[in-house]
Structure formats: structure tokens, C-alpha cells
Design a protein around this ligand. Structure first.
Ligand SMILES: Cc1cc2nc3c(=O)[nH]c(=O)nc-3n(C[C@H](O)[C@H](O)[C@H](O)COP(=O)(O)OP(=O)(O)OC[C@H]3O[C@@H](n4cnc5c(N)ncnc54)[C@H](O)[C@@H]3O)c2cc1C
Length: 390
């Protein structure tokens, strides 16, 4: 995004690449570590920001250290994958996991004519999506001949004369590359070893000012937790906007500012082939776990007005709270820019609108963009009927 030299020459930032921090000494207010050349360094601080990101979860399986087993987290990972592709001989890739990185990679690999098999232990394909929406995504993958094998737990990875084989109890999946896309885990080891408080999924616990349990130490980005604006509870959702925003706020506060962040709504979007997938807020199971009484309504609508050519199906799922009538979450799957509609629902969640209030909002309409009643309004209307039975 920006070359290291720009930080140094234009912004006066003493940027040191190739320096791995190995520990934080809060007593002397310093960090220490080693350079790539093996030289030790100590760096004192007045304020410290821990922004160490997250690491890819790798399969802890016998044989997982084979050269063709890769992840996609760092630039180096990307270069390794490109080198494997350039080396030739790849015909089939086995992807472990079915999250957004797995699906985006499935698309990219199919586009260069490789066979792709997605494998994971959980028999539910996309538990973070309402069932009808998950089914639409799965159908899109299968339409593009991506093989989906949910419900198979890998036990080991064997190197064979034809490449690699992911061996499960009941079957095996062979390929020449195995991509681990099993999620990420926060790089919070430095914070933990320094005695700082940890939180959800072992992320670094921070307050709304991004301060850790030590007021001289801030943490932001994928390594830190956040407040969820719907549940009010702590959550860990490693995504780019909130990492950027938290870094900005932490910098402000480290310099004496008083910036507080409301938190995250868990808004996320990705594309798989021609289908866009978006969500904001809580799913019904997440809402139940957070103490709400969730009701869910799923509708199908259209990306364009009824009579307008080129329309395609669009799915919307909305979740509301039976006790308070509050809107808790919304999901959209569809083509042609459908996914970005979800931002309207994200704003509604930030302001705490009820489903009835959301239903009253004046959303834009013209035939090329959707029906007169935006599909999210239709979903809200159906949800209202379930929240207040006549
Ligand atoms: C394939 C992929 C696709 C993604 N797509 C999206 C997307 O479409 N939308 C979205 O919102 N998010 C996306 N994300 C997530 C997004 O990239 C992250 O949320 C974001 O980069 C987090 O920023 P960060 O600064 O917290 O961490 P990072 O960008 O990971 O930076 C952490 C930095 O800390 C350094 N570091 C770690 N340990 C040490 C140490 N001990 N000493 C010194 N330095 C250290 C690392 O070298 C690194 O430079 C994607 C992630 C991946 C992997």
C-alpha cells in the first residue's frame, strides 16, 4: 500500500522492518527483540501500541509440514502460492475450510482451470448464514464445479507420488496443493506474556479508547477485541475497517487525544463467482447466545424491478428481538451490487432501530436497482409479522 521509505522520508516515522519484538518489559517501559540478522535490540517507550495482527490457523495434523501445504495470510504466503502455481504440475487443490478466504480462493483457482475441493469437519456448509442463503452460495460454488465436502474431519496429510492426500476417517482428498483456510488467531502472545488482560478468543482486551489493562499500552487491529454495538458485549471480529479505525483512534489517544469507538456491527461482505454475500449484526444463534429472543425471517426478492430485464434472485434474512422489537441483524445474498445494500442495515444497528422503525425508512428505488419495496424492507415487514402476530 505504501513503501517503507515513504514513512521514513515523508512522515518522519522511524520505521524498522526486519525487527521482531520478542517481549515487553512493562516495568522499564521497553520492548526487546531480534533483527533478521540476529542482532538484539531494546526500544524504550512512553506509550506502546500492540498491533501485531493475527496468524493463520494451521492444521495440526501429521504431514501438515509438507511443502505443498500453505496458508494465505502474509505476503510471503501469497508469493509461496504463486511459486507453486508457476512451478506447474498443479491440477487439483484441496482447501481446508469454507470461510470467505476459502471461497475467494476457490473462485481464483477455478478461474485458472484448477480443480478445487473444499473440505471441513462441520457438516453445516456456512453456519454464519441463514440456511436458504447458505444454500444459494453452495449452489453457486457447485455451478462452477467446486467440490464441497462438509462433514469430513482430516486426520493426516500424506505425501504421495501424485502429490498430497488429505486423509479423513471415511475418505481421502488428493491434490498437489493443500490450502489451509481455517481462520485466524490473534497474535496476542506478547501481551499475554507481559501480563495484560486477554479477552474473547484470546484477543487483547481493550476499552473504548483502545487502552489495554495497562494505561500506557494500547492495542488495535486483528490482535485486539472490540465492543459489539448490538449485544454491547466484547467480541473479536478481525476485519480491515475496524483495524484501520482502531489504529487511528489508538494513535490519537497515545498522543493525548480522547477518541472513543462505539464498536463493530460485524458488517462483512465478499464475492464468490457472480454471487455477493453480506451480513451485519447477529445471526439468530448468536443473538440467542447474547441473551436476545431472536426471530428470523428469510425472503426472496429481485435485484431489479419485476418488469426490468436482467433481474435475478436476491435473498434477504432479517433477525429481530421478540422482547424489544429491535433489529438485530441482516444478511443478503445476490448479484449485481446487491450486497452493499447491507450498509443501510448496519447504520440501523448502530443507531439501535427497531424492526418497525427500519421498515419506515425511505430507501431509494428505480427499476434497474430493485423493486419499489427494497428487499430489506420486505424482509423487515415479514419479520414484523412474526414479532407481532395479528
Ligand atoms: C486473504 C485475506 C483476505 C482478506 N480480505 C478482507 C476483506 O475483504 N475485508 C476485510 O475487512 N478484511 C479482510 N481481511 C482481513 C484484513 O486483512 C485484516 O483485518 C487487517 O489486515 C488487520 O490489520 P492489522 O494491522 O491488525 O494486522 P496485520 O495487517 O496482520 O499487521 C500486523 C503486523 O504486525 C507485525 N508483527 C506481528 N508480530 C510482530 C512482532 N512480534 N514484532 C514486530 N512486528 C510484528 C506483522 O509483521 C504485521 O506487519 C483479509 C485477510 C486475509 C488474510
Amino acid at each position: 500500500v505504501r513503501r517503507a521509505e515513504v514513512f521514513r522520508s515523508k512522515q518522519g516515522i522511524d520505521l524498522r522492518t526486519g525487527h521482531r519484538v520478542q517481549g515487553i518489559d512493562r516495568r522499564t517501559r521497553s520492548v526487546y527483540g531480534k533483527t533478521l540478522e540476529g542482532q538484539s535490540f531494546i526500544q524504550p517507550y512512553d506509550r506502546l501500541l500492540i498491533a501485531t495482527g493475527a496468524s493463520a490457523v494451521m492444521p495440526r495434523l501429521p504431514g501438515a509440514d509438507a511443502p505443498g501445504v500453505v496458508a494465505l495470510k502474509t505476503l510471503e504466503d501469497g508469493r509461496r502460492i504463486k511459486a507453486l502455481l508457476a512451478g506447474g504440475g498443479l491440477r487439483r487443490v484441496v482447501i481446508l475450510g469454507m470461510g470467505y478466504v476459502a471461497l475467494e480462493m476457490a473462485e481464483s483457482l477455478r478461474k485458472i482451470d484448477l480443480d478445487v475441493a473444499l473440505v471441513k469437519p462441520n457438516p453445516v456448509f456456512a453456519p454464519g448464514l441463514a440456511p436458504e442463503l447458505a444454500q444459494a452460495v453452495r449452489a453457486e460454488l457447485e455451478r462452477h464445479e467446486v467440490e464441497v465436502y462438509a462433514g469430513h474431519r482430516p486426520e493426516r496429510i500424506e505425501s504421495t507420488d501424485r502429490g498430497l492426500s488429505v486423509v479423513c476417517a471415511d475418505t481421502e482428498f488428493s491434490g498437489q496443493m493443500v490450502l489451509a483456510a481455517m481462520g485466524v488467531t490473534p497474535n496476542s502472545g506478547l501481551a499475554k506474556d507481559a501480563g495484560l488482560e486477554l479477552s474473547v478468543s484470546d484477543s487483547v482486551a481493550v476499552d473504548r479508547s483502545l487502552r489495554t489493562s495497562d494505561p500506557a499500552v494500547f492495542s488495535a487491529g486483528d490482535c485486539a477485541d472490540a465492543f459489539h454495538v448490538v449485544s454491547g458485549q466484547k467480541t473479536w471480529i478481525p476485519l480491515a475497517l475496524r483495524a484501520n479505525r482502531a489504529g487511528w483512534a489508538a494513535a490519537d489517544n497515545a498522543c493525548g487525544g480522547e477518541t472513543e469507538l462505539d464498536g463493530v456491527a460485524g458488517t462483512a461482505v465478499f464475492r464468490v463467482f457472480d454471487l455477493e454475500v453480506a451480513r451485519t449484526g447477529l445471526t439468530a444463534p448468536e443473538a440467542a447466545a447474547a441473551g436476545f429472543e431472536p426471530v428470523e425471517s428469510t425472503i426472496t426478492s429481485s435485484t431489479r424491478a419485476h418488469s426490468f430485464p436482467g433481474a435475478s434472485t436476491l435473498w434477504v434474512s432479517a433477525v429481530g428481538d421478540k422482547k424489544t422489537g429491535r433489529l438485530l441483524g441482516m444478511q443478503i445474498v445476490g448479484r449485481d451490487g446487491a450486497a452493499h445494500r447491507v450498509n443501510a442495515a448496519a447504520v440501523a444497528l448502530h443507531t439501535g432501530l427497531s424492526v418497525a422503525q427500519f421498515f419506515q425508512t425511505d430507501l431509494a428505488y428505480a427499476p434497474p436497482f430493485g423493486p419499489a419495496w427494497d428487499p430489506m424492507l420486505t424482509a423487515a415487514n415479514q419479520l414484523l409479522k412474526q414479532l407481532k402476530p395479528r
